[in-house]
Design a protein around this ligand. Sequence first.
Ligand code: M6R
Length: 606
Amino acid sequence: MCGIVGYVGKRTAQNVLLNGLKRLEYRGYDSAGIATLDDTDKPHIARSVGKIAELENVLLVKPHKGHLGIGHTRWATHGGVTVSNAHPHHVGDVYLVHNGIIENYKELKEQLSEYEFQSDTDTEVLAALIDSNYKNGISLKDAVAKALKKVRGTYGIAAFSPNEPGTIIVARLGSPLIIGLGQDETIIASDASALLGYTREAIYLNDGEIAVCTEKGAEVFNLNLKHLSPNPETIEGDVEQIQKGGYDHFLLKEIMEQATTLHNTLSGRIDPEQGKMHLGGPNLTAKEMRDINHIVIVGCGTAYYAGLLASYYMEQLIPDLTTEVVVASEYRYRSFHLPQNSVALIVSQSGETADTLACLREIKKRGVKTLGIVNVIGSTIAREVDGGTYVHAGPEISVASTKAFTAQVVTMVMFAGMLAEYHGGNVELIAKITKELSILPKEIEKTLKDHREDVKNLAKKYCKYNDALYLGRDTAYPIALEGALKLKEISYIHAEGYASGELKHGPIALVDETFFEVFNILDNWLFDKSIGGLHEVRARGGKAIVFTNSKAEIEADDIIRINSKIKILTPLLLNTLQQLFAYYVAVNRGNDVDQPRNLAKSVTVE
Ligand code: M6R
């Protein structure tokens, strides 16, 4: 979704802003722009529709030379994708970029009838509101604070005025803003990746806070203008992690680097000798752990599917526990009840997903403990949960989530393994899974290496199809759902995931020679039943691809058999091949795999 960058210091602002905006490209956007102040305090704006490269072309003709500026990538919500709707917006003496949605913008617009609006955006209304307050001779900071008190909705903003050169005002409510504190320079961003390489010291603004940024640092206030003293934090990660590292796409890099990132996820958290798992972050006493009787797992998209897979393992590991897995966008509006002593796992790669965050708040209102299973350090969900664990997958740049899925499942399995100890769980199973976790990174690496070429060829063969069904039973069911999601979001092939047992309840009506089916078949007690579904599909002319760890004879159009010491966690291995398959199909179709159409990396609006 939208991204913000701001700069004040000694460097040429345009270069820092463009560099930062490029780092935010992965979030998804459809237009971009910057506004700067030159050394005579004259403002300049450049905006364009499309990729940042278009904005660079505009700036090539007319470069901006100043040392202060704000920049934005816009993902259209109010108003179409046009230059006049792109940010920054300029009203009177105020230059503004904004992430989020001003819900009462129509009402405010009516009250601001003296202004002639140039765009269809809620942001321009906010700029006008700030300007109307600024006219009364107060500082820009005070004018922004006054305006924001009248606003309903969410915002992360950065604003400047030529009347106060050297100063950028930022504020947040429900949309992240980070202030990077450098040596004689301050860099502002909605995502820490834009700050990497400039500084490691940063202030994460909280909801309801406003800050005055100059090259000497930042002063933070609440909206009543009470001075606050936040402690700067350290930003993790480095520039290398947000580069392609020799791969054609971030997506391929993120699939292939899963062995390494998983190593980070597991580090210090498992003891295969003792057969034990331990996570430091949940912040629960032994009594609280023993008392847990119900787990609700909340997420959207891939995070939801990770939760679904983890719930299968939880049920196996902890017999006296009930689990439910819910889609955040639904759950937030349901009249849900949770048993006493429930715990909620809030799963999110970005830690900023609006629906997941809203659920977290609803669950907290009901007095239930919340634990985050989050990747992005310092993100809003990570800050608002009662406890939790970072999955340590490193920056995930490609819009389609891959390595985060694996890390989320593994982190939740470790939580379940630890919890099982307090619940008299199946000690043998805990030990077996711990052992499997310890070799999982190597086995993922081997699986990807062994089958990359086969999967590539398979993708070539099936890339022209328009429809696909993904099927699986038991722990292969969640990965059928995830496999279908991955294929549809990057290849734009219509793909649906189903539990194999549901085939006869409807989806088999679709099957003919124009469909291909992906069967994930596990070598377990449900093997024969899974094969049944495969026969039914083939009998109706459907093409069947099988991903399996079974050595048994299987009749299919194409089979990829993995050979691994892993048994219980096999779905995670099969899933990496599905990720690779979706990637190569999308490449064959000539799609923009890292930034698929209409999608955004972190869905910060409803
Ligand atoms: O950042 P989150 O994990 O909260 O994001 C949840 C979903 O938006 C995300 O998984 C989405 O489904 C991805 N595009 C999947 O690849």
